[in-house]
Design a protein around this ligand. Sequence first.
Ligand SMILES: Nc1nc2c(c(=O)[nH]1)N[C@H]1C(S)=C(S)[C@@H](COP(=O)(O)OP(=O)(O)OC[C@H]3O[C@@H](n4cnc5c(N)ncnc54)[C@H](O)[C@@H]3O)O[C@H]1N2
Ligand code: MOO
Length: 417
Amino acid sequence: MVDCCSAFGLMPLSQAKTNLLDKISLVKDSETISINKCMQRVNARSISSPINVPSHNNSAMDGYAFNGDFSQNEVIPKDHKFELIGIAMAGSPFLGELKPGQCIRIMTGAVVPDSANTVEMQENITVADSTVQLNQSLKIDNHIRKAGEDITIGQTVFEEGHLFSATDVGLLASLGVENVYVKRRPKVAVFSTGDELKSAGQSLSLGDIYESNSHVVIAMLEKMNVEVIDLGIIEDDYEKIKQAFIKADELADAVISSGGVSVGDADYTKDVLGELGHIDFWKIAIKPGKPFAFGQLPNSVFFGLPGNPVSATVTFHLLGVPALKKMMGTDFSDPMLIPAVTTDRIRKRAGRMDFQRGVANINLNGQLEVLPLAKQGSGILSSISKANCYIVLEQSHEGCNAGEKVNIQLFDHIIGR
Ligand SMILES: Nc1nc2c(c(=O)[nH]1)N[C@H]1C(S)=C(S)[C@@H](COP(=O)(O)OP(=O)(O)OC[C@H]3O[C@@H](n4cnc5c(N)ncnc54)[C@H](O)[C@@H]3O)O[C@H]1N2
Ligand code: MOO
């Protein structure tokens, strides 16, 4: 049976995504870099811990470490007194041995000697001369951070394919790791097509607009930490667009253009793609973003984003991001769909899967709600700039009233940490 969309030449998003991802291969090379440069880079070799973290039992508080007699029951009673025999600072351990009934002064992070079996914070202690008295009863192992309780020596800390975050950099540093072996950054060439497109600083004649799609795409590519090759604005001229394709294909693993993928008289993108390479598909059953084109060039894969700014952003999010993540060698699974209640009526006709722009937040009842933004046109860049999520409406969805449940996808879950 032919579904409504393939009858009109529109491919369902899931099928488009599967087709596209099948054609994406992982960048081959890897390199060694400093951990300080590894944010948003993909780990190319599993990393195991060279040490225990923490490497020694240490105190979680400024206070006193005791050798308490826990043989009767597991609590030392309030008012119990200990003899104070020394001090342990972070970086200056106490090297003696505590006998039962003895204690030492200890600072947060200092080694708890093997001969101490519990720690109390100084607020719960009374000290007079060399005697330390408990203001409340004390349990064994209190406030001791055990060696290896976070990570044990030899434990795998990062699998191959892990995308490093800022806190991962800290974790690597805490293990004494200086360098990591990571996948090469994919090279991505970007250009925009259109006679009407001008750059900031240029004056606008009637019909001209300031070009924005490459700025959005490049900003998102930089967030993904891929290598960007900015080829600028190309006029609506078949030969010039062809030359841009050839140059981009020579330089990059992936080429992303915007504009010229519809049916207008100056929409040359897919014709050039067909001449130089192969069109895998064109037109998908989504709104916005229907005329997206995907194909292959001799050395690279090609993503033809539609010119309308919201359509370009949506198609980059839905298809460009997972493809590049796959190329980078990291997780490219779909971002979470989260149920939320719409605060307003949503209009939609059955046919295309719709990615409306919304603002999600937790209301006073603790419920996740989403406001569908009023202006949903595919040229309204300010709406997507205001939004923090997509309201994801399946192809057959026919709109709904305020108070009904819809699914959302948070932008932060799409483009990553
Ligand atoms: N007869 C039909 N016309 C259109 C259809 C259709 O199915 N039949 N589809 C519409 C849809 S949906 C979209 S989306 C657009 C996509 O068209 P193109 O990819 O060919 O894009 P352009 O025509 O070049 O531009 C569309 C629009 O976006 C502005 N634009 C283009 N590039 C940029 C840029 N880099 N920065 C900012 N704005 C840009 C451009 O000025 C136009 O206003 O086609 C519909 N038409
Ligand atoms: O798909 Mo177009 O992107 O609806 O404006």
